[in-house]
Design a protein around this ligand. Sequence first.
Ligand code: Q46
Ligand code: ZN
Ligand code: ZN
Length: 306
Amino acid sequence: MKCRICGKNAQVHLRQHNLALCRDHFVERFEREVERAIRRHRMFDRNTPVLVAVSGGKDSLAAMRVLHRLGYNVSGLYIHLGIHEGVGYSDLSLQKVKKFQETHGLPVHILHLEQTFGYTIPALVHRRRQQVPCSQCGTVKRYWMNRYAVEHGFPVVVTGHNLDDEVATLLANNLRWDTGYLARQAPFLPSTHPRMAAKAKPFVYLSEKETALYALFQGIDYVRMECPFAEGAKSIFYKELLNRLEERSPGTKLRYYREFLRFREEVLSSHTHPGVELRTCTVCGMPTTLEVCAYCRLTSRVGTQV
Ligand code: Q46
Ligand code: ZN
Ligand code: ZN
């Protein structure tokens, strides 16, 4: 197969676009798509300091790399969650982040939950005899990404969610017809509170395979191990189902997502959900819909101060 642009040997075939590309033209196209998503959704400009939520995985490290190459003002935040579970997941992820920092010369701030606040994510749930800590983990990560951004002058938080992540979430939200979640599932969510950063997802039109290839071609060494708690997660099952659909009919995921965005724009955002009124948490001062925010309610159980 030959590259459609230059005719050299192709190294990538994107079935959903029926497009074969050499390495250089794949990278060029990938970066153009990221730029296009940023502009289409008016996410941020080159003067805005953006904070990338870095996990040590391919998507978040690729996000830092591509934004830097495109000339954006980018920093990262890695949150050490204290997930060891016999495989040293958090320590391994941190090693990859540090290596990335040295190799690519980009700043990544590190927030170590146990060293800073004295708790780990598994500790938050062990006391509640739950098996999987993902919902609490999500609360903690969202809270600290936002708070860190607000307190350190980053108006925007970027995450590396790709098309596969977005359609898996979309399917889950669709199966419940959860209009609240559907209305908030957007490539860009502007700030609606003085202590809330905007949230941007510049990879939503790019598949997991594309971000993995971009990371590979950019020489990014990332943690390949999944978090031990991810095993058996519903989102993985949904991804498998969507992969089967995509296999039978290439382009399904992108169509599903684009049509959802059109529907969201036309129906959900203007009519169904005018937006939830945000208040200020009486404990920590961050935005919340209740009197005390989810993070303060969660961490008060382990006696942690904020
Ligand atoms: S890190 Fe946290 Fe994920 Fe691990 S505990 Fe669940 S939510 S799976 S992205
Ligand atoms: Zn080419
Ligand atoms: Zn709070």
